[in-house]
Ligand binder design. Sequence first.
Ligand code: GUN
Length: 297
Amino acid sequence: MTATDFQRTPNGAVLMDGNRLRDTRVGMLAGRLLQAGSPSICLATVLVGDDAPSRVYVSMKHRKAVEAGLVSRGLELPSEATQDEVESAVRSLARDPQVHGILVQLPLPGHLDTERILALIPAEKDVDGLTERSLGRLVRGLPGHAPCTPLGVMRLIEHYHVATQGARAVVVGRSTLVGLPQVLLLGRKGIDATVTLAHSRTSNLAEVCRSADILIAAVGQAGLITAECVKPGATVIDVGVSRSEHGLVGDVDFDAVEPVAGAITPMPGGTGPMTIACLLENTVAAAVMQGVDVPLV
Ligand code: GUN
């Protein structure tokens, strides 16, 4: 697909369609696994409690895993599950040679110690890329799994031919799930963006954002990014999710920003679907690390 084929917003910005790219990548993964003789590769998820959006996210991950030709195993525990019960569930998945990737859906109920639970996931099965060892490998440039949401952002940037070399990128939000690894991925050799990490205490946030050729919002504050935060022609990527009376909304005021931006993600349908595509790709990479033969086609 050439840049001229990309779908555009009413005012001419490229619409960075995550649903479409996810489906393309899941289809490619399915073809690759079929060619490899359909090896049994298993993604296991752990869902604790009955948070409705988490339930929706996990069921979507399973649906897409099956579409890609993966085996998908869902473990559910009640919201009052004890630390010991959750730890023993994760330990048994960690030991199970049939399981190649483990994802513990976050946030966990408040009485649980998330760090202690994540620490039980072996780095090669940490397809979410969230454990200390995975993040340490990312910092040190060693082989491992990068967190799926910032990885999905990189896939969108690549697919939509967004120039990164020498570009100025601003990441708003410093979470370990998105903001911090996003900074590392954008600054990697070969990508070569010059990255600023902004957050809730950044002074003159709008001015800092306006310096960006690539602006990534990952705060979880509805409508934080307005037109005055955007340099004309910039790429604007919305990772934020917050709950409002209108349902789930992003950090970017899409209608106000779209006339200024050169490219923009919709919400929903932008970065969320790409998180899932990258989770499945990480799971196949995890299986390869664990000795399953899946040639790159
Ligand atoms: N909750 C929201 N996004 C994510 C994610 O990417 N991984 C996990 N484990 N939990 C999440």
